[in-house]
Design a protein around this ligand. Structure first.
Ligand code: SIN
Length: 298
């Protein structure tokens, strides 16, 4: 049995006494996966992982997808993106300020992220928290009229932060090279999604990369997205997580928005990130995970 304790009353669990560096039995992984999908955020404390061990564990959740910002891929494993404000010989060693606004990972891709993992290598003396906003609760609390209004709506997404046009701002999306930009199409996702594993409805990516709504005039669409984003990121839905070295934090992108917070650039913070795609077909998702979650729900 995983030994867990809540991160806050509504969601998020931390587990101790688990070592994910070696081969996990199917039963042990199953328990981790079930706990994760029920909790939305799972923190595994006190891990010591090589890049290869970290990636092997991540792959149990699904296929990893390397980040478009390839200049900060880990030299040994391209599926790991280095998040860091450290510099070597005047050059950044990683991506600083990765997503300092509420968003959900890879919502600008046709196959979005199932889970993101951060492995904490060094923590700053002050701050460096990640904020998580619970989009199941945000959806549940909407008035019925709003639920009916948004049920059929499809949002248009693109890499970026709708709220900040200046690419060099610390609260903009991390800038892309021209070559990287060319790989970023316009894509669409429902504004309300049934979670691919739990089936529960959540608001999806109302903040961050959603720039419009199919068939709706731009001004009206942005006003609606802004209204939903303001609702969905109220403090009552938000958990602020403070890292310890050795944490592996796994979050569920289909039911959460998250945001990095601004840290002093001279106060070192380094994490390794792996992003896991949603399975390419519903069938994969059902075969791999639905039965275990159903067992949990009973
Ligand atoms: C991310 O959004 O991937 C990074 C979160 C953080 O650095 O706190």
């Amino acid at each position: 049995m995983l030994n867990t304790k809540p991160l806050c009353p509504a969601f998020g669990l931390e587990a101790s006494g688990v070592d994910v560096s070696g081969a996990l039995s199917d039963a042990a992984f199953d328990e981790i996966a079930r706990t994760f999908f029920a909790a939305q955020i799972l923190v595994l404390r006190d891990q010591r992982l090589t890049p290869q061990q970290y990636l092997a564990f991540a792959r149990r959740f699904g296929p990893p997808e390397p980040h478009v910002i390839d200049q900060f891929h880990h030299p040994e494993e391209a599926n790991i993106l280095i998040l860091s404000n450290r510099r070597k010989d005047g050059q950044p060693i990683g991506l600083a300020d990765a997503g300092t606004y509420f968003h959900t990972d890879y919502s600008y891709l046709q196959v979005p992220a199932r889970a993101t993992m951060l492995y904490s290598i060094e923590v700053p003396k002050a701050g460096g928290n990640t904020l998580f906003a619970n989009q199941y609760a945000a959806y549940d609390d909407l008035p019925d009229a709003m639920k009916r209004r948004i049920a059929p709506l499809i949002a248009v997404h693109h890499y970026g932060n709708r709220k900040v046009a200046d690419e060099m701002s610390r609260v903009a999306a991390s800038p892309l090279t021209d070559e990287q930009k060319a790989k970023m199409p316009l894509i669409t996702h429902p504004l309300v999604r049934a979670h691919p594993v739990t089936g529960r409805k959540a608001l999806y990516a109302v903040s961050g990369s959603s720039y419009g709504i199919v068939g709706m005039p731009e001004e009206e669409a942005v006003a609606l997205l802004d209204e939903l984003a303001a609702h969905a990121t109220q403090p009552k839905y938000v958990l602020s997580y403070a890292y310890r070295v050795g944490d592996v934090v796994i979050w569920d992108n289909a039911s959460l928005l998250h945001s990095a917070t601004l840290t002093d650039p001279d106060d070192p913070r380094t994490l390794w990130r792996i992003t896991i795609k949603e399975p390419s077909s519903k069938l994969d998702a059902l075969e791999v995970l639905a039965p275990t979650f159903a067992a949990q729900a009973m």
